[in-house]
Ligand binder design. Sequence first.
Ligand code: MLT
Length: 250
Amino acid sequence: MTYDDVGRGPPVLLIHGFPLDRSIWRTQAAVLAKSFRVIVPDLPGFGGSPALEGPCSMERYAESLLALMDRLEIERFAAAGHSMGGYILFAMLRLAADRLERLALVCTRAAADTDDVRRAREINAARALAEGPGFLADSMAARALGAQPEPAVAERVRVLIRAASPAGVAAALRAMASRPDSTPLLAAIRVPVLVVAGAEDLIVPEAEARAMASAIPQSTLGLVRGAGHLPMLERPDALADRLFRFLTEG
Ligand code: MLT
């Protein structure tokens, strides 16, 4: 697994979403590294990390991240997960809740897919394997960004999607489609949680993020204005500042 390991201090794991790679966290990692040890992996099948063999699941991604933290001799850590990275954090809560010290759930949801979404994911998985993920670039970039995206940010997202590996994309789509509903977990989370919502997010609307936050006992909602589903790229400094404050507050 390829990853960055920067800074010194309490450990923080940053988990990217679909179908991106660890580079999306560049600004936040640089800011957090002033006070934290920041671990930023490419999920299996994305960036420089090889895809897992066989069918994938959020649990398998979580296990590979826990194995990375074991190799780095990090027992307990804070973690931020973006979208699919949040689904992976829910799997980590099922597998090893005692290792998580605090969580930032960024533009993500607890609910499982609807049947329509599952069907669309399977069509896209087959298509990604047949022709590569490039066909997702324009539609996903448009849907993921807020109302007035900066052209350079939109282009960066398209480039990332086009560069993703067909096998990694197909495995992630199928893994997302098979993930369970994590809503029943929310009331049992025993650590502080920051729920981040992009005010213009079309993929996880603000109202859904607010409902998730209100179901988690020790949670606060951080609304990022002027951002859609990718606040780490659209409002990088605002998100970095919000994460820093969350991780340093008592
Ligand atoms: C992501 O950003 O990780 C995806 O939009 C999540 C999803 O498709 O459910």
